[in-house]
Write a protein that binds this ligand. Structure first.
Ligand SMILES: C[S@@+](CC[C@H](N)C(=O)[O-])C[C@H]1O[C@@H](n2cnc3c(N)ncnc32)[C@H](O)[C@@H]1O
Length: 438
């Protein structure tokens, strides 16, 4: 499901003007969530909560109408609380649609939430383009402006790409990550007799089969993925293993029913272990997904989540900041998912009702790595950034940011490699490994 970057909060009296501004924003590649257009078949309140949850920017269209609208006040309260509780980064922005007297009593309530926020102020005779440009200028660093065509915006988040190259990249990543996560899998697997495992976003199943099969002999795995290609690949690759693949898209509303049907189909009571490896960064409705998964976890079951957070990476020495610049480019990569996903897992697990949440490991680092492991590490991450820029640019050839990013990576990849391989250089990649109980 497409994640929209900007949530538009407005009063219905201002609908026409607001829609004009949204059209201008979208023409410039900014993805906006606006009701009722984007509510779809979901319940209204649920759709609003999810859209605020997913957004990077909450854009309040302030007017004498919206200042007293109950809907708008509810929405801004939700956004304000999300920001306060640090459940993700949310910027609150305000566009003043009218010349308004902020000291008037009718603005009292809304001012409580927005008093410390910069307003995009009204000029004489402002056009929708004026508002849109001011907003984009002020928020360039947050927005992923992909292209100035509407079609490109709609294709945006076409998401994860599975092909032979990606299978091989994941294999290298998973081999390298053994030192990071294998001990936890072993601890959870060894204490159970013939555990039943649910692997969510399993790809072709290589990760889960490797961790389980290298630890115990008797097990049953149900692997879920949205892509039929992964499922066919996995079925063929692991036809001798006790793993069953099911095609499930986590963004669908009826996930709970689908999971119940799977339990019935395989005559399973509930799962001993549920595993999510590098999938949370790709999905939007995270709390709901985890709630649905919690229902099918045994009372003494364990959920394991591994995810990425590039925001906590460090490279040292990084003279000129080229390493940092390289990983920050990932936010432009249309296949790379939400790159600061790792830090969000704890609050999301908590909200989904999980107990005994612990962070078992943070960072895969070059410290202590053999030379050839370091080479694989470099290829798996920095080469992936270059490939991501090339792929994204091939999809959005007019995007100047991607052009610059690709050039930067092509120019610097060799120097980065040389630096990376030096004995006294350290790189720490923000993988995060959580476990929790039902
Ligand atoms: C980075 S791969 C991780 C694969 C495997 N878990 C691993 O760690 O090697 C992400 C996987 O999530 C799947 N995926 C992405 N969005 C999904 C969704 N909405 N529902 C189900 N699977 C999804 C992709 O098809 C892909 O196989």
């Amino acid at each position: 499901m497409e994640r929209k970057e900007v949530f538009i909060s407005y009063a219905h009296e201002d609908k026409e003007r607001v829609e004009e501004i949204v059209t201008c924003l979208e023409k410039q590649g900014v993805s906006c969530w606006i009701a009722p257009r984007d509510v779809g078949a979901r319940r209204y309140a649920k759709a609003i909560c999810e859209a605020i949850e997913d957004a990077k920017i909450f854009l309040l269209m302030l007017s004498s109408h919206s200042a007293v609208s109950e809907h708008v006040l509810n929405e801004i309260e939700m956004a304000y609380n999300k920001r306060k509780n640090s459940q993700g980064n949310l910027t609150i922005e305000t566009i003043c649609l009218d010349k308004i007297d902020l000291d008037s009593p009718s603005f009292d309530e809304i001012m409580y939430y927005i008093r410390r926020i910069n307003f995009i102020q009204l000029e004489n005779d402002p056009t929708p383009e004026y508002f849109a440009n001011q907003f984009i200028d002020a928020n360039k660093s947050i927005l992923r402006i992909i292209s100035n065509t509407k079609q490109a915006r709609e294709d945006f988040q076409s998401e994860y790409v599975s092909d032979e190259y990606e299978y091989s990249r994941l294999k290298k990543q998973n081999d390298l990550l053994k030192q990071f996560d294998l001990a936890l899998y072993q601890k959870e697997l060894i204490r159970r007799t013939k555990p039943v495992i649910l692997d969510v976003g399993s790809g072709d199943g290589s990760l889960i089969v490797d961790r389980v099969d290298s630890t115990i002999n008797e097990y049953e795995i149900i692997a879920l993925d949205c892509e039929s290609q992964n499922i066919e690949h996995g079925k063929e690759k692991f036809k001798d293993k006790n793993i069953h693949f099911e095609q499930v898209d986590l963004s669908e509303d009826n996930l709970s029913e689908k999971l119940e049907a799977i339990l019935k189909k395989y005559n399973i009571d509930k799962f001993d272990i549920i595993n999510l490896s590098m999938i949370m960064l790709h999905i939007t409705n995270k709390v709901n997904v985890l709630r649905a998964l919690r229902r099918v976890l045994k009372n003494d079951g364990t959920i394991i989540i591994k995810d990425i957070d590039d925001g906590i990476n460090f490279a040292y020495p990084d003279e000129g900041g080229k390493f940092q610049k390289a990983w920050e480019l990932l936010s432009l990569d249309v296949t790379a998912g939400l790159r600061e996903s790792g830090r969000r897992i704890y609050p999301i697990l908590h909200r989904a009702g999980f107990k005994n949440i612990s962070l078992e490991n943070v960072y895969l680092t070059t410290i202590g790595m053999a030379y050839d492991e370091k080479e694989i590490f470099f290829e798996m991450y920095f080469k992936m950034i270059l490939d991501g820029m090339r792929y994204s640019l091939s999809k959005y050839p007019t995007n100047w940011e991607l052009k610059e990013a690709k050039e930067f990576m092509e120019t610097n990849i060799h120097d980065l490699y040389e630096e990376f391989m030096k004995e006294d250089f350290v790189f720490a990649l923000g993988f995060m490994l959580y476990r929790a109980n039902k």
